[in-house]
Design a binder for this molecule. Sequence first.
Ligand code: SF4
Ligand code: SF4
Length: 368
Amino acid sequence: MKKLGFGLMRLPKLPGGGEKDVDKAQVADMIDYFMSRGFSYFDTAFVYHSGESEKIAGELLVGRYPRDSFQLATKMPVMEMKSGEECERIFTTQLERTKAKYFDNYLIHGINRGTAGKTEEFGVWDYLKRQKEKGLIRHLGFSFHSTADHLEQILNEHPEAEFVQIQLNYADWESKEVQSRLCYEAAEKFGKRVLVMEPVRGGALAAMPPEVREIFFRAAPERNLASWALRFAGSFPLVDVVLSGMSEMKHMIENTETFDNFEPLSKEELGVIAEALEMLLKMPTVPCTACKYCVDSCPEKINIPGIIKLYNDYHIYRNLEANKRRYDMVTARGGKASSCVKCGECERHCPQNIGIRDTLELAAGDFE
Ligand code: SF4
Ligand code: SF4
């Protein structure tokens, strides 16, 4: 199977449309193009496009192609669940929406430190194992958003997991938060297959400041920036699928081209990436360590480290659209940067002496 997977989470929308107003004609063309080039892996989830993504997979993929000509993956949204009884309703809805009869890969969606306990408490693994025994799931795994030691713990406790979907890209390969390398090595240690999400870091690695872009273009003027990131992710032997949330035909054409006659990165090309990373690390950023000492004192419940991280990200990679999208998620449970009343409480607790109030004002200017 070719390694590129079509992530159905950022589908093209109709002009002026909301989350559910997907441009189906364009998606049908993209699916047809993808399949005609010999690609066959599709990834959706209960929550993507508020449920519309699974319905579109049903209508435009399952309804138009033989069931054995593609692989379909979807996910159990543990983060939204209130009890284990919901597993049955959700799983049945997914089968109805997609009309898929069975799922090739089924994932517990987004295990992290917040959802891991719920997953156990609600008996999600056991429920899904039963669906697998009935033949409704071919392979069982999970998508993961936490640290490598946590991943090892889960793989230890759940040998039934056949694969893990991790965030893997060259910018996060050695990062403290995402730990792409350590997570990959944990999967390797347990002999699990790896599926990759965020290979282009939400589009950031296809944007880049001009001085970094120059490094890549000097090495290969004909190649687009996304192809470097996709080839990095696809070069690892345990990686089965590299997911890309393609939202327009142009991306589909470029990305299928990259994977059509896939070539792992050479030593020289890895050197180019190392040079680009070195330049990225030199970019000036706000020195927040995400210690969270500032958070409890904020009367507006502003996710200060989350906003500063996005602010830094944006000023390194210059990818406004993706960061605005993330900003809405990061601020969903508290105040926006603009709701800061400038009381200064946070700054009294910050060991890095960051001018939090000024930084939030700048972030509000960027993202709101
Ligand atoms: S200055 Fe703003 S961010 Fe800091 S504690 Fe006060 S309201 Fe919260
Ligand atoms: S206290 Fe300072 S360093 Fe710690 S999370 Fe808040 S802003 Fe970042």
